[in-house]
Design a protein around this ligand. Structure first.
Ligand code: NDP
Length: 326
């Protein structure tokens, strides 16, 4: 028997999550069984611990969209017992049982070997949010980061914190947008050179173009903020669209694309091809300073997850939560 955070749904459709003992035979089919060491809390986890957000197919369900641990058993020649592995994406923790348990059984195709230079705890301090932040920075680099500070929205959240630390470490000026002024010292410590109040950007304007200000952007917020900042990008600059913490709508005009050659780059971490996953993890090990990563981490255990799930949906989690499932 081992511990898992199990989410159940009652006859009225109401979900409840609690730490429960399950056993090996409860685990779904898969080629690799992993003794999970650490998982994390991402925005999607908040949905899957709580109301589901249309992501969870069947109940009872074990959430946890990412995990790191040690292979316990494997029917796939790429992995053998004792190997350290990381999983993000592939709808694990949503359509499939995830990392909020002491064991997980998954497809070998979904795993990557633990990147050298990181331990399992650090890999989950990065987690899906940090991995996605790296993909977003790589996309900006591939399209050219222009003059002017790089804007990071939702900066005190998971994606934003890691993006701020990576961009700062790469020598870019980083303008961190936050709705929590009390996080200013934290963000400056990560590498932000400028703090922008959320209110400055979350109102729509009738002007499709404003002063050319930002040389690139990692956007975790979407909605009206994304629409507004498109008109503030410098000529030819790019925006990596990562998240929808502020809304899924995009009340924008095409003028910034047509008159300033602005690029809007979609970032998906879930179905990302294997080779690019390896590239992103290698870059994380090289370009994310581990002392900055440590400064983002808040430790947690399985029984903390119901509350943390509610907190992240309200935008109240700072940086990254690392869940020690043991
Ligand atoms: P967090 O909750 O940790 O961070 C989101 C941040 O956005 C908050 O901390 C807050 O930052 C800001 N924010 C929250 N609500 C609002 C609002 N109404 N208006 C403006 N800003 C707001 O979540 P994550 O960092 O884990 O994820 C961020 C987003 O990225 C989510 O939408 C998530 O679904 C998405 N995502 C997408 C992935 C992909 O593959 N494309 C992968 C991972 C995440 P502050 O307090 O500093 O203002």
């Amino acid at each position: 028997m081992f511990n898992a955070l199990l989410v159940e749904k009652d006859e009225d459709g109401k979900t409840s999550a609690a730490v429960t003992q399950i056993n090996d035979s409860d685990l779904p089919a898969g080629d690799v069984t992993v003794a999970v060491e650490y998982s994390t809390v991402n925005y999607k986890d908040g949905l899957c611990i709580g109301p589901g957000g249309g992501l969870v197919r069947n109940y009872p369900h074990v959430p946890g969209i990412d995990f790191a641990g040690t292979v316990e058993a494997s029917d796939d020649e790429r992995y053998k017992p004792g190997d350290k592995v990381v999983l993000t994406g592939w709808r694990v923790g949503e359509a499939h049982w995830g990392g909020y348990a002491q064991k997980a059984r998954v497809k070998a195709d979904w795993l990557v070997p633990l990147p050298s230079g990181l331990d399992t705890r650090q890999a989950m301090a990065v987690g899906t949010a940090g991995f996605t932040a790296m993909l977003a920075v790589m996309a900006l680099e591939d399209h050219g980061i222009k003059d002017g500070p790089v804007l990071v929205t939702g900066a005190a959240g998971g994606v934003g914190s890691v993006a701020t630390a990576i961009l700062g470490n790469l020598g870019h000026k980083v303008a961190a947008v936050t709705g929590r002024p009390e996080t200013a010292d934290y963000l400056t410590g990560l590498g932000a050179t400028q703090i922008v109040a959320r209110e400055e950007l979350n109102e729509t304007t009738k002007r499709p173009l404003e002063a050319e200000t930002w040389g690139g952007c990692v956007d975790a917020v979407g909605g009206e903020m994304l629409a507004r900042l498109l008109g503030q990008m410098t000529y030819g600059a790019s925006v990596s669209a990562v998240g929808l913490a502020g809304g899924a709508g995009l009340p924008a005009t095409v003028i910034p694309f047509l008159l300033r050659g602005v690029n809007l780059l979609g970032i998906d971490s879930v179905m990302q091809p294997y080779d690019n996953r390896l590239r992103a993890w290698e870059r994380i090990a090289k370009d994310l300073p581990m002392d900055k990563l440590d400064a983002m981490v808040q430790p947690a255990v399985l029984s903390d997850l119901p509350q943390l799930g509610r907190d992240i949906l309200k935008g109240q989690v700072k940086g990254r939560v690392v869940v020690d499932v043991n």
